[in-house]
Design a protein around this ligand. Sequence first.
Ligand code: ZN
Length: 444
Amino acid sequence: MAKHDWMIPQADAFVLANARIPACLSEGVELPPVDSELVACDLLVRNGNIADIAVPGQLGGAHPIVDCDRGMVLPRLVDLHTHLDKGHIWARHPNPDGTHWGARSSVMADREANWSVDDVRTRMEFSLRCAYAHGTSAIRTHIDSLGKQAAITWPLISEMRERWRGRIDIQAVALFPGDLPLIDAAQFKALVETVAKHHGILGGMTFLGSKPNERSNAALTALFKAAIANGLDLDFHVDESDAVEARSLAEIAGLVETTGFSGKVVAGHCCSLALAPPEEIAETVAKVADAGMSVVTLPMCNMYLMGRTPGKTPRWRGVTVLHEFAQAGVPVAIASDNTRDPFYAYGDLDMVEVYRESVRILQLDHTGPDWFRTVSTTPADVMGLSAHGRLRVNGPADMILLRARTFNEMVARPQSDRAVLVGGKAIDTTPPDYRELDALFERA
Ligand SMILES: [Zn+2]
């Protein structure tokens, strides 16, 4: 497809005329509806901010005009759950059989052999450049934090956060087996200190092969207590499995209540719940809602991993009960998860792709106009980033401009001809070339 020439002016002020924005993101402005999902408007960009949003035809004056010709304007999007430290190791360590266990052993082998400061930095930088080119403004990444890796990767997070300030806001979560507090209390204590020092979030993987029991409860209680003592939020990998024993989501919700935890708790994945009996789903969803937790689903990764048996056609989509959580008032988000590593062979940290695939995998079409919040305002709010994921007067002119005029046109094509504005300036939307990574794999 020939790239559209957007001709975004270099001027400090210009008007994006004849645009369409998601109705669920048009805060505080009365705008004429286009359909049930979009409203029409002009946007005045001035000195890097959105200076005004108005009914089409009411702005302009002396300013240069970009005619969007009914194209959609989106805020830059927010990716709540990624793994920047694992990204792009596929060429070095693919997944031998496409399963979750195959992914874990393959990543472990690659980590032990190759994850030096230089290696992780090069791959993280590459991933962030992909995300930036596609129009992402904030990313939360989980960080493998066992053993020697914590001391290698966590200082890099602080370095990258500084380096990318003003382009992408970066948050990081410690990832480790959830029973670490019981297995190695000293390592856990040191890790909590490292996380606090680098302004991180505490997490962990909660399902380790057995159903909730006294031991898992003791481990999770220790995690909650450490978070409380250090003022840290929590973000777990929850029940990423199809096993009937994978039932830690309700256990986590219960611990929010019993520990009196007042920080934010995010539950990622929650796959197995989708296979539970209806009464159990209803009960767990209600518990999560009561606990004030948020849920993030990772559809591309989990459709790749879940329900995979050699020689057998997959029977389910691997995603959690997102519609049911949304109906119960739980803040729900959708995110990338892994990119070109053993947990997910593909992906490019493109939230437009993530949304497009999610509409199809989760059947978000025909069911309500607010789903676009799952990649914009909701993850921004969960991350405490009130300026991100929205189009607001006096907010930053951080936007994705599409030729698509409706969500139907948007979901039908990859939107490779989009423009991305950061602080009112058009950026280069060319993602980095994979050849840049070749040297890493030749060294290995
Ligand atoms: Zn993950």
